[in-house]
Design a protein around this ligand. Structure first.
Ligand code: NG1
Ligand code: ZN
Length: 520
């Protein structure tokens, strides 16, 4: 019986006292020093999941994304590169907090009717954090109770998603990091050839001192020239500090170590390279080009290609409440593309995007991707176009379905998609910045006694609990031109977030501060 192996292994990974763990939007996330037992147990769960799905390959990623260097985290990736289904999240929480692991494992095995002998491969990756290697060993220990583990060492989160999918679906690409690189560089180079573009794509990327730095370096070629700043993965205390996509987006300013030339495009990745934001300087003015902008740029580019190829597609953009109000207006009124709203968290956005032939989802913070449905890809492949322009557009669309990561937001593939969209349309970063003007906006973090007391509705745009607070927010918002503000509990930090926007920066700051006061 498995109980012997399980108990022997779990003794090596004791649970810290007085700590409870919860599998949230981004898996488990807390101080890395507290996570050994949790990661071990997630390893156990991942192999149970593999057994449940008939031995398919499952993934485990050890990362805390944009969080500070001392944090870490872990999440499970399903066979096609999707997040662990929501129905299984309580099992993860149950195991992480269990005081009797054998009983709880047996409980899950019986509830899910799992034949543990079916457990197959679990692939594991980590970002560059100090606690990563030890947690990776804990994951492997857990996986090997029932299944087999294969460690890929340091990876970006999207690379791990790619590897899981390609292990289960050989048509997706070779199941190796090299396979990932070849797929991306191959698509970029072919698109450049199609459009007869001789000059290489060039950009400077702030890699947040994280795993994106070495991984981007692997992609350099004659047609891709990338300069990387904040690439120090050796100094473990530097990760995400005063740099990276989250820092740039939240503070709306340049990262350290970047001296911008006016009107030149720059970009920042986050610590595990699944988010990307862009920006340029215009004298003292800093123009951020965030996830909302990426969605609008790619949607209008795709629309043009569809027109040239004379192909019809049902296209939609999915946003969260954090999307700037003027981006939503621009999408609906100028681009005339429908917008849907979902709660924060990629699993919600991804799911909604799957309802379209082309579903674009981007969180304002730069996490997102473009999903192309299988039927739509098939229709592209069988479509005929007689004009050379139509043929080129058709081929470009097909190559974009390969370049853009179909499993999860990927800073590397999003970076190239954006650079190609700009280059092919002969659009500068300044033109991009002029598509629309953001409403001034601000994000606040409030530490409250119990963040779980904050319950929302309407894609997290309205509070239902604590009772009465929403009416007070409504009253404040009504006093500001183009005012909007909402409150929700963070799924990744022990805090409540407040968002505000208004016609002027002063109003926006005042509105946000007044809403924060309501929560104290
Ligand atoms: P929380 O902490 O739930 O707000 C943050 C981001 C999400 C998402 C997750 C996962 C904001 C305001 N929130 O979630 O969009 O990216 O992290 O990493 O950016
Ligand atoms: Zn991330």
């Amino acid at each position: 019986m498995f109980t012997d192996t399980l108990s022997a292994a779990s003794v090596r990974h004791p649970k810290p006292p007085n700590t409870t763990f919860a599998y949230g939007t981004a898996g488990f996330r807390t101080l890395g020093s507290l996570l050994d037992s949790t990661v071990f147990r997630v390893g156990v769960l991942a192999s149970l999941r593999s057994a449940k799905v008939g031995g398919k390959t499952i993934g485990v990623m050890i990362t805390a994304s944009h969080n500070p260097p001392e944090d870490n985290g872990v999440k499970v990736v399903d066979p096609l590169g999707e997040m662990l289904p929501q129905l299984w999240e309580p099992y993860a929480t149950q195991l992480a907090n269990s005081d009797n692991l054998e009983d709880d494992v047996r409980d899950i095995v019986s509830r899910e009717n799992i034949d543990v002998a079916q457990a197959g491969l679990v692939v594991v990756g980590m970002d560059t954090r100090e606690t990563g290697p030890q947690l990776l060993r804990a994951a492997i220990d857990g996986i090997e109770v029932f299944g087999r583990a294969k460690s890929f060492g340091e990876l970006t989160t999207p690379q791990l998603h790619y590897l899981v999918r390609s292990h289960n679906d050989p048509g997706f690409g070779e199941p190796s990091e090299d396979g990932y690189n070849k797929k991306i560089v191959g698509a970029v180079e072919e698109i450049l050839r199609l459009w007869n573009i001789q000059e290489p794509l060039e950009i400077t990327v702030d890699a947040a001192n994280g795993v994106g730095a070495p991984k981007l370096r692997n992609l350099s070629s004659n047609s891709i020239i990338i300069t990387i700043v904040n690439s120090n993965t050796q100094d473990k205390s530097a990760l995400n500090v005063e740099c990276g996509a989250d820092y740039v987006k939240t503070n709306q300013k340049l990262p350290s170590n970047l001296q911008p030339r006016d009107h030149q495009l720059y970009s920042s990745f986050d610590g595990d390279a699944d988010r990307v934001v862009f920006y340029y300087a215009d004298g003292p003015r800093f123009q951020l080009l965030d996830g909302d902008r990426i969605a609008t740029l790619l949607a209008s580019f795709l629309n043009k290609l569809l027109q040239q190829a004379k192909v019809e597609a049902k296209m939609g953009i999915i946003q969260t409440a954090y999307a700037n109000g003027n981006s939503t207006r621009y999408i609906q009124e100028t681009l005339q593309i429908p917008v849907d709203f979902t709660p924060t968290g990629v699993k919600h956005l991804h799911h909604k995007a799957q309802e379209y032939d082309i579903g674009l989802y981007f969180e304002a913070n730069g996490h997102g991707t473009v999903l192309f449905s299988d039927d739509f890809i098939d229709s592209l492949k069988s479509a005929q176009s007689c004009s050379p322009e139509g043929k080129r557009a058709l081929k470009t669309l097909i190559l974009l379905t390969e370049l853009i990561n179909q499993t999860v937001g990927d800073s590397i593939s999003d970076l190239f998609a954006v650079l190609l969209a700009l280059r092919i349309q002969d659009k500068t970063c300044v033109d991009w910045g002029r598509d629309y003007t953001e409403l001034p906006n601000k994000l606040f973090k409030v530490l409250v006694k119990d963040r779980f007391a904050f319950k929302t509705t309407d894609a997290e745009r309205r509070l239902v609990e604590p009772a009465g607070v929403q009416a007070q927010i409504d009253a404040l918002v009504a006093a500001y031109a183009q005012g909007r503000s909402f409150v929700r509990a963070s799924g990744t930090e022990n805090a409540v977030r407040v968002y505000s926007e208004a016609a002027s920066a002063a109003d926006c700051a005042e509105l946000g501060a007044r809403v924060c006061q309501l929560l104290e």
